[in-house]
Structure formats: C-alpha cells, structure tokens
Design a protein around this ligand. Structure first.
Ligand SMILES: CC(=O)N[C@H](C=O)[C@@H](O)[C@H](O)[C@H](O)COP(=O)(O)O
Length: 227
C-alpha cells in the first residue's frame, strides 16, 4: 500500500500512537513493538509511529494502518532520521511516512532539508513528515516540500519552552498560518483532554506516545502520586 497525499485525508481528526521502547529497556524488541502497535490499533489508532528499521518491518506485518517510521541515531542535536541514508533505509523498511528531523539545524550529511525531502520523494514512495521545534521550522519545512509537519521537537531544540503538556500555543500559530499540509500535534500529550485540546488548537491529527505505550513512565506517574 502506498499512502498518497489523498489517502492521508483518512487520518484527519484521528489518533496516531507512537510505539517506542528505548535502548536497554525490557520492551526494546521489534516483535513487542508490533504487538503494542496492533493493540493500539484495536483501541482506535488510525496510524502508528515506530522507531528503528526492524520495528518498522515487524509493525508493517502486524498492522494494516499507515506506519510512520523513523530512525533515531544519538540523543543530541539532529538525531531523528538525521540523514538521507537513514531516511531511505526507513522507507525501504516499509514505512508509508518517513519522519525526519525538520528543524533548521545543519544536518550531519550536509544536505539541506529541501534536498533531503526531494531525494526521499525521488527514490521512494514514502511521504515525509518533518519533526519541527518551532514556527520557523514548520514554515521552512513546508517550503522544503514536507508532506506533513509535526510539533514533535517543540521543547527539545531550545527554541520553545518545554511545556508540561502539548505546546498548544505553537500548534495554534502554525494552524493559523494555514500552510496547506497536515499539522500533526506530537509531544507531551498525556491525557485524552489534551489530545482533544490539540485538535481544537488546529491540529490535523494527534500523536500520543509515552502516555499510551511507555509503561515505565506511566507507572512512575502513579508511583509519584502515592509518595
Ligand atoms: C523528542 C523525541 O525524541 N520524540 C520522539 C519522537 O519520535 C519520541 O521519543 C516521543 O515519544 C514521541 O515524539 C511522542 O511523544 P510523547 O512520548 O511525548 O507522547
């Protein structure tokens, strides 16, 4: 299945669940990721987002909904699918949408975001989601040809404060600019009410990760409340 821009329309107003376990964690296993993703689909996820080439491959066979894939390499600076090589590998692993760093920072391979997006489009069928950290990132990413923009990196690049919940202010500002590509709310959406607020702020769809698929963090929230 190739996800066309038109088919993207099916994600409007929907929930996308990010299923990620981090290096060294007990759930860091591609089969587990696929199982968690399939469980999220049963609960109503219209698409899923997964990290790592094997996770993308396993999840593609575990679910029938669109898969947003990424490859995190490192923790600092540009680390979400940082280069064209990473992006094409994610596309080849079967991702319908490749999520890449969509900031204005220098990319490790020296390519511009526009060059990266153009090459992904030329060499694969995948759409490109630009993970942005600010309004200026989103504007530049749309200009560079991204098919979707996300607020994924708000609070992580130094351009925006790290709000405890979603960055609704940023969402509202990008939505008001009406860039003509789907705006994905992502990052620190921890409750159903916040997911609703993100849509109301103008998001096209909402990604929830930690609050649905990261049991260690969720358990910590409860344990903390009992102290
Ligand atoms: C900043 C960064 O590395 N974000 C990552 C991007 O894929 C993931 O670690 C997040 O879990 C994902 O964005 C969903 O966000 P949240 O887990 O807050 O619902």
């Amino acid at each position: 299945m190739i996800l066309t821009s038109e088919a993207l329309e099916s994600l409007r107003g929907q929930l996308i669940v990010s299923c990620q376990a981090y290096p060294g964690e007990p759930m860091r296993d591609p089969r587990t990721t696929g199982q968690v993703a399939a469980s999220a689909v049963i609960g109503g996820a219209a698409a899923v987002r997964v990290q790592g080439l094997s996770d993308v491959q396993h999840t593609r066979s575990a679910v029938e909904v669109p898969v947003i894939g990424l490859w995190k390499d490192g923790h600092d600076g540009v680390f979400i699918t940082p280069t064209l090589r990473h992006a094409l590998a994610v596309a080849n692993a079967g991702a319908h949408v490749v999520a890449i760093d969509g900031t204005r920072r220098r990319r490790p391979d020296g390519l511009t975001l526009a060059q990266t997006v153009a090459a992904i489009h030329a060499e694969s069928h995948a759409l490109v989601m630009a993970d942005c950290g600010s309004f200026d990132d989103a504007a530049a990413a749309v200009h560079a040809g991204a098919d979707l923009v996300g607020t994924t990196l708000s609070g992580y690049t130094g351009e925006r404060p790290k709000t405890s919940g979603p960055d609704l202010d940023l969402l509202g500002r990008i939505a008001a600019a009406d860039f003509g590509v789907p705006l994905i709310a992502e990052g620190r959406i921890h409750t159903p009410a916040q997911a609703r607020q993100a849509l109301d702020a103008g998001a096209f769809a909402v990604v929830v990760g930690t609050a649905i698929t990261h049991p260690a963090t969720i358990t910590g929230w409860f344990a903390e409340a009992l102290k």
